[in-house]
Ligand binder design. Structure first.
Ligand SMILES: [Zn+2]
Length: 290
């Protein structure tokens, strides 16, 4: 007998952004893994706009919003928010990411110009031709080409030496990508009947104190709208999960389970289903109804 599907994973990427699996393939993978509820949350993109129920698997539409946030010490951070739309993405919100492809092209052009200057042969057309299925070409794709053409030994090497944030030839994306503020993003998600979740709180190169401030501000921006925070995140160990659960409880945020899966090599997360039930109930009772 087949095992009953169980569990939630509310943060998955597909080829609609920088993932390597299409939406259909991701759904297939999740079924094979035996999950009961997933969310498709591509970077700044709604890969699906309506909820789907496929052979008992619930697929929730959403996106991972890039936002800008300024710390107390004046540092500009790119903070990510997973927005889930249990009842579908409202039409008014579907246009929200329209300026991003153009900004992204300018950003990639700047990286390519720098690489060309270094004597590395790579072009924008080459990127498009090498990854025809990707709707959102990024540095990860550039790194793959650098490896293929022997300019780097591995993806990690390409990031470390050539295009990563700490490499000498880093191009600052914030010069090109103008994201909305964390506050504006959270308010937009709430106003449109969505459920905002602060993504991977330990990913922003922040001190513990700064992390707490981000969480505090995030909670404040949600006002009366129910909101969550990723606690059961695939790359965080037990200790980190415990800390995050405490923070989520302290601030009245709903804990979420998230793998942030980009490719088959990335494991799914299997979170408890009552976490998702609590979120849905909160949205029904909350003031952020459409
Ligand atoms: Zn992600």
């Amino acid at each position: 007998m087949e095992k009953q599907a169980y569990g939630i994973d509310l943060h998955l990427h597909t080829t609609s952004s920088d993932g390597t699996r299409t939406v259909d393939e991701t759904i297939h993978d999740a079924m094979e893994f035996g999950l009961a509820h997933i969310a498709i949350t591509d970077h700044n993109q709604f890969a699906i706009e309506e909820p789907i129920n496929y052979l008992g698997l619930e697929i929730i539409p959403g996106a991972e919003f890039s936002t800008s946030y300024i710390t107390d010490s004046g540092r500009l951070l790119e903070v990510h928010v997973v927005g889930l739309f249990f009842h579908g993405v409202p039409r008014t919100l579907q246009q929200i990411f329209r300026k991003i492809p153009q900004q992204r092209k300018h950003y990639l052009d700047a990286i390519i110009t720098k690489l060309n200057y270094l004597g590395i042969s790579i072009s924008y057309e080459e990127l498009l031709n090498t990854f025809p299925d990707s709707n959102q070409i990024g540095r990860r794709h550039i790194a793959e080409i650098l490896v293929k053409k022997n300019y780097a030994d591995s993806i990690t090497d390409a990031f470390d030496r050539i295009i990563g944030n700490r490499s000498p030839y880093w191009v600052d994306s914030t010069k090109y990508m103008k994201y909305m503020s964390l506050k504006e993003c959270v308010e937009k998600i709430c106003k449109n009947g969505g459920f905002p979740i602060l993504a991977h709180p330990y990913h922003y190169h922040c001190t513990d104190e700064e992390v707490l401030k981000i969480v505090k501000d995030f909670k404040e921006y949600t006002k009366d709208c129910p909101a969550g925070m990723e606690v059961y995140y695939s790359k965080y160990d037990e200790e980190h999960r415990k800390e995050l659960l405490k923070i989520a409880n302290d601030f009245g945020l709903y804990p979420s389970a998230a793998s942030d899966r980009h490719a088959p090599k990335d494991p799914f997360e299997r979170g408890e289903e009552n976490l998702l039930e609590a979120m849905k109930e909160a949205v029904l009772k909350g003031k952020n109804t459409k």
